[in-house]
Design a protein around this ligand. Structure first.
Ligand code: FAD
Length: 330
């Protein structure tokens, strides 16, 4: 705690123009609309000030917690008093590279990225247009829908690796993407700064029509009128989480203000006054009931943060073995 207060003081001194929100309700920064006060949220203007923040935090033996659109996180009602949160909301550069690939900074929304690709007659990101996350959050989760995943279109990712304060460009293979998985989850310490997306040329109208079709499907099937964090559980191998939950008779099941959506059993929604404890208890109840019924252990897709959340919980301890050509070892 003392380290954090000293780091905040140092950051205020060295970056006087930086927007810092103190004791800010986290419910204003996530799609679930749940969460008590964060000690501090900084929104750096550019990568240079983000790197500077990381550097000062490191001097105080701290690391940042990166926040995109907060569309995959359950924040605790008690708040987060021990973390320095860095929002990527101002990292918004998005442009076409001379070779036709797209460059996007971490804070660009996936909807904006998909729209940009469509405007330039590039296909392959239609699946992402309805995912309410950012490039940074999407890369960490390898976000996907309707048969597409970011891993299919990412060429490379630029990351700041906090332990050695150096930037690396990782190829798609080096990102270790899998189903809702990346090496950035397995290993802590990666701040995702930007990515290059390689797409195929396509017809603008056809791309737009595909995006409309997929978004219509979403509106039809998903409870988009209520706050949530998307699919509550990952798809267990050989099964569909929503079907398992539905078969267990849990559609509409409530704990306090949290409810298994009546429209789509794979979603847990905040009906208005849900606490993080309601959501957590409901997630555990659903998981245990499905396990008792079927023997299938479902893993939450939502990132559940406890009040004493430690960055170590965010991935195993960071490796230090730097290998040749400036890349990071496994
Ligand atoms: C209605 C709804 C529908 C959804 N549909 C889908 C779907 O179809 N497919 C799907 O995959 N997901 C879906 N989601 C979940 C969510 O939108 C995705 O997981 C998305 O990729 C999260 O992005 P974000 O920017 O909101 O990340 P956040 O929720 O802000 O963060 C998620 C994780 O990424 C980390 N992170 C964020 N930015 C960075 C960065 N720059 N560097 C390092 N780490 C970072 C955070 O620390 C956190 O661990 C849905 C959510 C909702 C609410």
């Amino acid at each position: 705690m003392e380290n954090l207060e000293n780091a905040i003081a140092a950051i205020k001194k060295e970056l006087p123009g930086l927007k810092l929100l103190e004791n800010e309700p986290l419910k204003n920064h996530c799609s679930f609309r749940i969460g008590g006060p964060a000690r501090v949220i900084a929104a750096p203007q550019d990568m240079t000030s983000l790197s500077k923040i990381c550097c000062i935090l490191k001097e105080h033996e701290l690391a940042p917690f990166l926040l995109g659109n907060g569309s995959n996180i359950l924040f605790p009602d008690e708040g987060l008093s021990e973390l320095f949160i860095v929002s990527t909301e101002k990292l918004q550069k998005l442009f076409l590279l001379p070779d036709g690939a797209i460059y996007a900074e971490a804070g660009v929304s996936l909807a904006k990225l998909a729209g940009f690709a469509q405007q330039h007659g590039l296909k392959g990101l239609e699946f992402a247009s309805g995912i309410p996350g950012t490039v940074g959050g999407g890369l960490r989760m390898n976000a996907g829908a309707y048969g597409g995943e970011l891993k299919d279109v990412v060429e490379s990712v630029v990351t700041l690796y906090v332990p050695d304060q150096a930037m690396y460009e990782l190829t798609n293979e080096q990102c270790g993407f899998g189903y809702r998985m990346s090496r950035f989850q397995k290993t802590g310490g990666f701040v995702l700064l930007s990515a290059v997306f390689r797409l195929e040329p396509g017809d603008r109208d056809e791309i737009a029509a595909k995006m409309r079709e997929l978004n219509e499907k979403r509106r039809e099937k998903q409870p988009l009128d209520l706050p949530s964090a998307g699919s509550a559980f990952k798809r267990p191998e050989g099964h569909f989480a929503a079907a398992l939950i539905d078969e267990a008779g849990l559609k509409g099941y409530r704990v306090g203000g949290a409810q298994v959506s009546e429209k789509h059993a794979g979603f847990v929604v905040n009906t208005g006054d849900a606490t993080s404890h309601d959501v957590y208890d409901l997630l555990m109840y659903v998981r245990n009931t499905v396990y008792k019924n079927t023997g299938v252990a479902m893993e939450p897709e939502i990132i559940v943060m406890a009040p004493d959340y430690k960055l170590e919980d965010h991935g195993p301890s960071v490796p230090r073995n730097r290998i040749s050509e400036g890349m990071i070892g496994e």
